[in-house]
Design a protein around this ligand. Sequence first.
Ligand code: C2E
Ligand code: MG
Ligand code: MG
Ligand code: MG
Length: 281
Amino acid sequence: RAKSGGRNRLVAFVPEMTLAAQRRAQLEADLRRAIEQEALLPYYQPQFDCRTGAMVGVEALLRWPHPERGFVSPGEFIPVAEDTGLIVELGRWVLRRACADVAAWDRQGAPPLTVAVNVSARQLKEPDFLGDVLAALHTSGLAPGRLELELTESLLMDDVEGALTFMHAVRVAGVRLSIDDFGTGYSSLAYLQSFPINQLKVDRKFVQSLPVAGHTIATAVIALARGFGLAVIAEGVERPEQLEWLRAAGCDHAQGFLLGMPMPAAQLLALATRPATPVEA
Ligand code: C2E
Ligand code: MG
Ligand code: MG
Ligand code: MG
């Protein structure tokens, strides 16, 4: 931000930056305390089969109800958690909670949903991240094939060798892998071929402008997934015409505000066990 002002404005920017730094330090302290007190919680956003309309899975999305500030956006606190390393503990906790919740829904009559959990680069660098994943599965009793880890292109490209080693190990264990926000990062198609992944997630950016714009890239991502034998899910579906387009284009799964907001576990269970849950066309 400082570079947007001229030389003479630099002084005026200093207090502002100090405030930002103070705010961030406060956020970090609050986050540390919130993690200790288990004050964060996972919300779950449903994912649907485009053809049948059945709910097939959920994505776990962290929520932080802050005592003074209301809900703090993950867009704000996840980067802080990543920079401070707090994401390691937080991510481990989300993984355990997500597996435990889905296993509990099974026992309460929900269909066998998959659960997608977002993974940060920092977590992948932990020597025993795979151990954390296996422990979450073991403790909850959830079948490995019901867990999907969402990786981003930047995470994969950050350390291709390390990511590949991890991906192969996790696939051997039976856990599923998807690439989140696909099309917005810097992964090369050559690498895509060697990544043992199961699904591509078309980024919201391309879905948002459907069917007018965005369809060239959405079509290409769907074709790419087909060619590699991968499933494809569209995120950020907000309008019926977007869902209609995706369905016609052969997209497998869809997720977005049109179909269901991220919600607390109890609410997701109620939705999943409701007699019929057709996707609104
Ligand atoms: P993401 O993994 O790409 O998650 C999708 C985001 O899009 C979520 O934002 C979700 O609430 C939002 N979304 C879903 N449907 C729609 C829609 O129809 N329209 C619009 N405009 N948005 C929609 P959220 O929950 O704020 O999370 C933001 C990001 O924070 C996530 O992006 C993910 O990168 C990160 N994040 C969230 N929870 C975790 C976590 O447990 N671990 C890690 N490492 N990252 C997380
Ligand atoms: Mg995600
Ligand atoms: Mg995404
Ligand atoms: Mg994202």
